[in-house]
Design a binder for this molecule. Structure first.
Ligand code: PDD
Length: 290
């Protein structure tokens, strides 16, 4: 089956979908994106993803002349045309096409690209990670396409035989994963995750949903930074994100976490998240979205 993507108002075969060489996304990484999970025919937490996309666009003063409703329609149409019920959707918006000049161009329409890839959810995965200094810019609350620091972090991980990377700040505290939020269950059984109130980390939609689910189940979460050392000594470590959901981390920099297998609470949280994602009420949401 040939895949279909969406570029500036047109559904295009994946292989021939292109944007200009003078697109500011290509020239300057002058753009933002969102990644949304499609699970059993439903896009998860769409409104929260749109809220964050609008926050990122707003802070970079990029305008997108498409309503949420139109975006929903395109997303469902892409799922239909690609015959996919499970996958990852990437919405990418750049400032548009203009002659190379650092300043914002005038009267330029933003570029909108939406790609849907197949993916599968449901089985708990595990990851070995390394830690690397967080060398990103200071506005991590903006989900920018300027991802070179994360690319380098993940490449370093692969070269060291790991799967992913956790990033740490100048004081030795974990900020987040290269494309995820980080959590630990410390030696005193506290479930900890770094607060997302400042711009030090991305306000993860999955993180936020999990916080809500924990509140509903009376699972106490303490939002405070934790150090690399605390992570080494933790009983359980996991990361969250829209494409990976809840993933146990079983090794950090060669230190085995717990018994090297997914921990009890992490497995429970993964199940809780899957129940939430597969809630039959979401089917209703799916049609309301349309
Ligand atoms: N990344 N932190 C960073 C730096 C991220 O890139 C992501 C997601 C998250 C988790 O956010 P959310 O739960 O809203 O997906 C945290 C996506 C999955 C990506 O880059 O593909």
């Amino acid at each position: 089956m040939s895949r279909v993507s969406y570029v500036n108002g047109r559904y295009m075969p994946y292989g021939s979908a292109t944007v200009s060489i003078e697109d500011r996304g290509f020239q300057f990484a002058d753009g933002v994106y969102g990644a949304i999970a499609l699970i059993n025919g439903c896009f998860i937490d769409v409104e929260a993803h749109f809220d964050r996309l609008e926050h990122s666009l707003g802070d970079l003063k990029i305008s997108l002349s498409k309503s949420r409703r139109s975006l929903h329609l395109v997303m469902h149409e892409l799922a239909r045309r690609n015959r996919l019920k499970n996958g990852f959707l990437y919405i990418q918006v750049t400032r548009g096409v203009a002659h190379r000049d650092f300043k914002f161009p005038k009267n330029v329409k933003s570029t909108l690209v939406i790609i849907l890839c197949s993916g599968s959810f449901g089985k708990i995965a595990v990851k070995k990670v390394i830690t690397v200094p967080d060398i990103r810019w200071k506005r991590r609350d903006i989900k920018t396409t300027a991802l070179i620091a994360q690319v380098l972090a993940k490449q370093t991980a692969v070269e060291k035989g790991a799967d992913d990377a956790l990033l740490f700040d100048n004081s030795g505290f974990i900020t987040e994963g290269a494309s995820s939020n980080a959590w630990i269950i410390d030696k005193d059984d506290n479930l900890l995750t770094r607060p997302a109130k400042d711009a030090m980390i991305l306000k993860g939609v999955t993180r936020n949903t999990l916080l809500r689910l924990c509140r509903e189940k009376n699972i106490r979460v303490i939002e405070r930074p934790f150090s690399v050392k605390e992570a080494y000594q933790a009983k359980e470590v996991f990361i969250t994100g829209s494409t990976s959901l809840v993933v146990p981390v079983v090794e950090i920099d060669g230190h085995k976490i717990g018994n090297g297998k997914p921990g009890v609470l992490t497995s429970e949280l993964f199940k809780m998240y899957m129940v939430y994602a597969n809630d039959p009420k979401r089917k209703q949401e799916r049609w309301n979205e349309k």
